[in-house]
Design a protein around this ligand. Structure first.
Ligand code: BTN
Length: 191
């Protein structure tokens, strides 16, 4: 779904039948911008041009543009360890809640689904950053935080690259040095 930014707060969905027209207008405006470059003014670098194209062409079909969707984390995701998470509805601020089903644990008690709470950016380019916290209170004293970014892979599928910190509870301050682990997980959408 395409969105028009009406003001700083409001996103208005663009009906499907207006989308093609909008994309055409964007292509025309892009050409005008390029033609309007002033002599002596520095030409945009190749990287800048690419970024511009990907911004303009987000969700526009054809002309080599990929069909990029704005990223919304709502749904089921699975990572490289086999852990799954369900992100419930993402609100208009980007705030969300969910449930994390880890496949691995260093706790003694049996693993249980664990509540997560997070926040994502709502960029139109399908490449938003996000973060969430998982509280393992049902079976562990630890807390994990994840930060990441959504990408559209070459196959057009969404992929989340994340880094995490897992804080274990230790019984004394002298053990603080060994209480935090870090790692990375990659998630793909499974629902
Ligand atoms: C614990 O072991 O105390 C609680 C479970 C921690 C699971 C970790 S969080 C980072 C990594 N990614 C996963 O999907 N699971 C592990």
């Amino acid at each position: 779904m395409e969105y028009l930014i009406h003001d700083a707060q409001l996103l208005i969905p663009v009906p499907e039948h207006h989308r093609e027209k909008l994309c055409q207008q964007r292509e025309e405006q892009k050409l005008l911008c390029q033609e309007g470059e002033r002599p002596g003014e520095k030409k945009a670098s190749e990287k800048d041009e690419k970024a511009t194209k990907s911004r303009w062409c987000a969700s526009c079909p054809g002309k080599g543009a990929r069909d990029i969707k704005p990223c919304n984390l709502t749904g089921w995701w699975e990572n490289d360890l086999g852990s799954k998470m369900e992100v419930f509805e993402v609100d208009s601020d980007g705030t969300f809640f969910g449930e994390y089903h880890t496949a691995v644990s260093s706790a003694k008690k049996p693993i249980q689904p664990s509540p997560m709470t997070g926040s994502q950016h709502l960029d139109e380019d399908g490449q938003c950053t996000f973060g969430f916290t998982v509280n393992w209170k049902k079976f562990s004293d630890s807390t994990a935080v994840f930060v990441g970014q959504c990408f559209n892979g070459d196959d057009g599928k969404e992929v989340l690259h994340t880094s995490w910190l897992l804080r274990e509870k230790v019984s004394s301050e002298t053990d603080d040095w060994k209480a935090t682990r870090t790692g990375r997980n990659t998630f793909t959408r499974v629902g």
